[in-house]
Design a binder for this molecule. Structure first.
Ligand code: NAD
Ligand code: MG
Length: 392
């Protein structure tokens, strides 16, 4: 057994909390060196009391003061700002970084971990969607190891041959089959989608997640982002990645081989399984997840997604096929549009409509420099915000 020194970026979020839950079950294996959060200072303080990290990071000064006050009698040092996120992701004493910040804010700290050659447990799929080429390059050059946390990609990772060379043909792999639950609106009459509320959209049937990713699951943009994520993680072309709706969320994804075999990873829908897999890899540890009771489940079903119901899925394929900076544009526009929907500034169908207009306008830009991508991310946000303002 190898002891592991851990930084958790986004410790106060759903993935962060689940990670600490697994860590707490195996105190002999894991030492927490740093925890980070954005707004939930009290939760972060409670986590710091329990796990006694050397550092805690928040992004804004006022919150940092609050946290210092709450942790005055502890040994945890409170750091502040975006640079501090990069620092705790690349500390020499840290070997493993859980990258679980939501959105584009997770990119720079994940890149810092990659350049520092860490073992990266990647939950922040936006890093790959926004800047897949640069991130994968940083992983290779930095000698980092990448283990996917997203349940589908973790499943694919488990079903791929080891070591996976990045070449489908070498291993006789034909396709990756990504499963999707279909979210809360899988069977709702399409003509009623115009009146969907944020609360309905975040009420996911199988998973408890942050609000942004819950809306992404309802629109299936989450699956679209995951198609792009799978492209980068497994070096798969768009036509080698198929999305299959599987409402029970028990089969987390599959790999199809040339001989007709399909390997699948099954488990109860609980993120602690992929988290524990990646934390302990190549060992296996308990995750606190109930054992799968297949006879009790009775049935597993599969269907093809309807892109009229889920136009965001088609937009993500379009962005992947266009290549260049199109996925960056799409991801940034999606973050802004989803927030506008959550704030009740646009109706649900306007999310996809806005994204399409944004891709039409900015989707053909090249992606030659990371700085240019970051600038384009901003431009896409601004353009989306302007489109949304027209709705007001
Ligand atoms: P969440 O909203 O619950 O948590 C996000 C975390 O990031 C929090 O700790 C928050 O404080 C921090 N954060 C947010 N904005 C920040 C900023 N600007 N700067 C610094 N920190 C910031 O989200 P989540 O559901 O835990 O998801 C985290 C990531 O994991 C996302 O990229 C998501 O797509 C991915 N993911 C989540 C799940 C899931 O089941 N929740 C599954 C697969 C992948
Ligand atoms: Mg997923």
């Amino acid at each position: 057994m190898i002891r592991c020194n851990l930084t958790i970026l986004g410790a106060t979020g759903t993935i962060g909390i689940n990670t600490l839950d697994v860590v707490a079950m195996h105190p002999e294996r894991y030492t927490v060196v740093a925890l980070t959060g954005q707004n939930q200072v009290e939760r972060l303080a409670t986590q710091c009391r329990q796990f006694k990290p050397r550092y805690a990071v928040v992004t804004d000064t006022a919150r940092a003061q609050e946290l210092r006050h709450l942790l005055a009698d502890t040994e945890t040092e409170v750091l502040c700002g975006e640079r501090a996120l990069e620092e705790v992701a690349s500390l020499p004493e840290v070997d493993t970084v859980m990258a679980a910040i939501v959105g584009a804010a997770g990119l720079k700290p994940a890149l810092a971990a990659a350049r520092a050659g860490k073992r990266i447990l990647l939950a922040n799929k936006e890093t790959l969607v926004m800047a897949g080429r640069f991130f994968m390059q940083a992983v290779r050059r930095g000698g980092a190891t990448l283990l996917p946390i997203d349940s589908e990609h973790n499943a694919v990772f488990q079903c791929m041959p080891e070591p996976y060379s990045g070449d489908f043909a070498t291993h006789g792999v034909r396709r990756i089959l990504l499963t999707a639950s279909g979210g809360p609106f899988r069977t709702r009459p399409i003509e009623t989608l115009a009146t969907v509320t944020p609360d309905e959209a975040v009420a996911h049937p199988n998973w408890v997640m942050g609000r942004k990713i819950s809306v992404d699951s309802a629109t299936m943009m989450n699956k679209g982002l995951e198609v792009i994520e799978a492209h980068w993680l497994f070096n798969a072309r768009a036509d080698q990645i198929e999305v299959v709706i599987h409402p029970q969320s028990i089969v987390h994804s599959m790999v199809e081989y040339m001989d007709g075999s399909v390997l699948a990873q099954l488990s109860n829908p609980d993120m602690r399984t992929p988290i524990a897999h990646a934390l302990a890899y190549p060992d296996r540890i308990e995750a606190g997840v109930p054992w799968l009771d297949l006879p009790r489940l009775g049935q597993l079903s599969f269907e093809t997604p309807d892109t009229r119901r889920f136009p965001c899925l088609a937009l993500a394929y379009r962005a992947l096929e266009t290549g260049g900076a199109a996925p960056t544009v799409l991801n940034a526009a999606n973050e802004v549009a989803v927030q506008a929907f959550l704030d009740r500034r646009i109706p649900y169908p306007a999310i996809a409509q806005t994204l399409e207009r944004c891709l039409d306008r900015l989707g053909d830009r090249p992606a030659e420099e990371l700085d240019a991508l970051v600038a384009l991310d901003q431009e896409s946000r601004a353009y989306t915000a302007a489109l949304i303002a027209q709705h007001a």
